[in-house]
Design a protein around this ligand. Structure first.
Ligand code: UDP
Ligand code: MG
Length: 320
């Protein structure tokens, strides 16, 4: 109570960004000056193995608005954002990457929409600079797939760069699922949402921390987290194949009667259909496995992250 809450919380997940961090701080601090109220900058060090946390502490020595959360190991980008929500105290909470791909200046545009009464303002990429063709292609494929499969309407070309109102943050704090797709969750909660366009920049330094493997994992998390369609596909495909098999019985009988003898059959046909069906069944076992593994993760109910350093955790009650 005695400690007044800041009006804005800016949350940045940081994983080995020692080169970008000073510049990120410089530009973000400049934006914080332009905001119409006090702001805190929460740096979530996601198990950085370089000097990033030291740089963060040096910055904090000169700027008490900086808060540091340090994870005991790398828990991943989505979990780092989650920790940011858990600790953020502002009336509005903004997430952006620390590699300067999300320009901090855009925060002012997000805030303007928030003041217009929107409770979630996401930043949509009008352009993406300095990304490989492969990344752009896989990203567009992903957004299309998730829009088709998911039960919620996730805006395309939208990353985690967004502003959420404190009311939304308090709701999202209660969503503790382990395989998290934050963009999906922030749509799932509802509220008044809108987007703004911005130009995604090149990385300030270093290379992406999202290699193909991690991207595929995130995509599967997104799909399994918001859709049963992959599971239901087995039913549809099974019905089609059984129907086809049933239909082929009279066809074969008639053809045999008319043509007689060995018009159809042979080892190759048998082998191919057995392999085909075996493959289909294995694929669906794998899909069931994806869901089952995630259920197992939930049942184990381990904490989402472990901190070695963090500010006092805000109380969870809803005060407006
Ligand atoms: N990041 C993180 N943990 C990770 C990977 C990335 O906290 O395991 C941070 C990273 O420091 C950056 C943001 O998340 O601030 C986005 O990561 P990155 O730039 O590597 O992804 P990309 O922009 O290439 O999709
Ligand atoms: Mg990046």
């Amino acid at each position: 109570m005695s400690n007044p809450r800041p009006r804005y919380s800016i949350v940045a997940p940081v994983f080995n960004e020692e080169e970008a961090l000073p510049e990120f701080y410089r530009r973000t601090a400049a934006v914080m000056e332009k905001l119409d109220g006090p702001a805190e900058l929460i740096l979530v060090f996601d198990g950085s193995r370089d000097r990033s946390p030291d740089i963060g502490r040096e910055l904090r020595a000169n700027d008490s608005r900086i808060k540091i959360i340090n994870f005991s190991r790398n828990f991943g980008h989505q979990i780092a954002i989650t920790a940011g929500i858990d600790y953020a105290q502002g009336d509005a909470v903004v997430f952006l990457d620390a590699d300067l791909q999300d320009p901090p200046e855009v925060i002012l545009d997000l805030v303007a929409k928030w003041k217009d009464g929107f409770q979630i303002v996401y930043a949509q990429r009008a352009k993406r600079k300095g990304e490989t063709f492969f990344k752009l292609f896989t990203a567009s494929l992903f957004y299309r797939l998730i829009r088709r499969l998911a039960s919620i309407d996730i805006p395309p070309d939208t990353g985690d760069f967004r502003l959420i109102d404190r009311k939304v943050a308090l709701v999202m704090r209660h969503l503790r699922e382990h395989d998290r797709f934050m963009r999906g969750l922030s749509v799932w909660v509802g509220f008044k949402q809108t987007g703004i366009l911005y130009e995604r920049q090149e990385r300030f330094a270093g290379a992406t921390q999202y290699p193909l493997g991690k991207m595929v994992r995130l995509a599967i998390d997104a799909i399994t987290g918001f859709s049963y369609v992959p599971l239901q596909l087995a039913t549809t495909l099974g019905l089609w194949i059984s129907g086809l098999a049933l239909l082929s019985i009279p066809v074969v009988v008639v053809l045999r009667a008319v043509l007689g003898g060995e018009f159809f059959g042979g080892q190759a046909t048998t082998l191919i259909s057995v392999l085909f069906l075996g493959g289909v069944q294995l694929v669906f076992l794998g899909i069931i496995g994806e869901y089952l593994g995630r259920i197992y993760d939930e049942v184990k109910n381990r904490p989402l992250y472990i901190v070695t350093e963090a500010p006092p955790k805000p109380k969870d009650e809803d005060e407006s």
